[in-house]
Design a protein around this ligand. Structure first.
Ligand SMILES: Cc1ncc(COP(=O)(O)O)c(C=O)c1O
Length: 397
């Protein structure tokens, strides 16, 4: 029997669960209260099933799998584009946010004496590539810190006004450590006035808080897939503005990012043109049906729930935690003004370790770093469960 005549092994299309039954969509948690979606999403049953089905399907490499990885890539690209500007051509698939941000750093013009603006303490995936690029070009980094009482938006606006050679600002929408939100309406307007490029790391917001691409007009925006997009590790995305879909410089030159024509030939002296749009930034190694199937299933569920509904539902959970902490006399540990899905508790420094241990002892999982307990629920957590955090901490009041 020829290969073409073999029936393809199907990877089933993942089912979605309605918002009213969202908790049922996740793999059972038992007694654990997992509040660390900012580190790694709790797993959806559909994502687990899609990964297992794809693993089965690829166990016999001589059989065709349906959909094929190129078909999966285009499905994922189209789904991701719904979180940006609706144009599948604008989305590249990359292995990490750091890879996407380094691609942006490699593409944007920068010269000796220019400045690149970042926040103090922003996630290293959105710092290290700029340090490298500045070292290579003779440009310098401007790290924004806050004065007391100032919010991040005002601190950024002051730095923008104060930096004459500012060329690029590379920022988050939501901070990874405490959920602080930047007002990108105001920041992007100030940057545009000065013709400064905007790069965004949306890893802690995409899938919950929507970016306003039309209004902010960023040059590039990257996100991991394994947090709020509920997908797989090792599969992230990079959105590129139309001008960079034509002129951006990929870091890696992989054959899937090039159009080799129908007979897949690569001539020595005439480089194959780039594939269309942001596909020029697609990286190798992502022809993996397992990660692709998981990413498609996760994103399918996020889109079915719709990010504004997810944000509202997660806002009820963090709101319930504020109420419970207020009632327990622990309101001094919290601050308002964070994103609906991500917040941090800041105990007095002498008791941070004990507070962290108390949460662990109560089966509550979150990240403790830099003196903060970061709280990041997804919809597997019931609103009523959030009081467990205040109960576990009440003896510190
Ligand atoms: C803001 C932010 N960016 C990026 C990442 C991780 O990105 P990468 O895919 O480069 O590991 C994280 C992970 O915690 C993050 O919080």
């Amino acid at each position: 029997m020829s290969q073409a005549a073999l029936p393809a092994t199907p990877i089933p299309h993942p089912a979605t669960v309605p918002l009213a039954r969202a908790a049922d969509a996740f793999v059972m948690q038992g007694d654990a209260l997992y509040l660390d979606c900012a580190a790694q999403a709790p797993q959806l049953r559909s994502v687990h099933a899609a990964g297992m089905a794809a693993l089965e399907a690829v166990a016999r490499p001589w059989q065709r799998v349906s959909p094929t990885p190129p078909e999966q890539r285009e499905t994922l690209r189209a789904l991701l584009s719904q979180l940006f500007d609706g144009e599948a051509d604008g989305v590249a698939l990359v292995p990490s946010a750091a890879f996407g941000l380094a691609t942006a750093a490699n593409s944007l013009p920068l010269e000796a004496g220019d400045a690149v603006l970042v926040l103090d303490g922003q996630f290293p995936s959105n710092l290290l590539c700029w340090q490298r690029r500045c070292a290579d070009t003779g440009a310098h980094l401007r790290g924004v810190s806050r004065e007391s009482g100032q919010d991040w938006t005002d601190a950024v606006l002051a730095a923008v006004a104060d930096e004459p050679r500012l060329r690029i600002a590379s920022l988050p929408q939501v901070r990874w450590d405490d959920g602080a939100v930047l007002d990108l309406d105001r920041i992007s307007a100030a940057l545009r006035e000065r013709d400064v490029a905007l790069v965004l790391d949306l890893s802690q917001s995409l899938g919950v808080v929507a970016p306003d691409i039309g209004r902010w007009q960023p040059d590039f925006a990257a996100s991991v897939g394994y947090k709020w997009l509920l997908g797989a590790r090792g599969l992230a995305c990079l959105w590129a503005a139309p001008r960079w879909r034509e002129g951006g410089r990929p870091i890696e030159h992989h054959w899937i990012a090039h159009d080799s024509g129908p007979d897949w030939r690569f001539a020595v002296h005439s480089p194959a043109p780039f594939a269309a749009g942001a596909r020029r930034f697609d990286t190798g190694g992502l022809d993996d049906p397992i990660r692709l199937a998981m990413a498609i299933a996760g994103l399918g569920q996020v889109l079915a729930w719709e990010p504004p509904n997810i944000a509202a539902a997660l806002g009820e959970r963090t709101g319930a935690l504020h109420d419970a902490l207020d009632a327990a006399g622990l309101s001094a540990w919290t601050s308002r003004g964070h994103a609906p899905h991500l917040m941090a508790l800041e105990p007095p420094s002498a008791i941070v370790a004990a507070a962290d241990a108390a949460l662990r002892g109560a089966g509550i999982h979150c990240t403790c770093r830099h003196g903060r307990l970061r709280i990041a629920p997804h919809l597997q957590v019931a609103t009523g469960d959030m009081a467990r955090v205040a109960d576990a901490l009440s003896r510190f009041a």
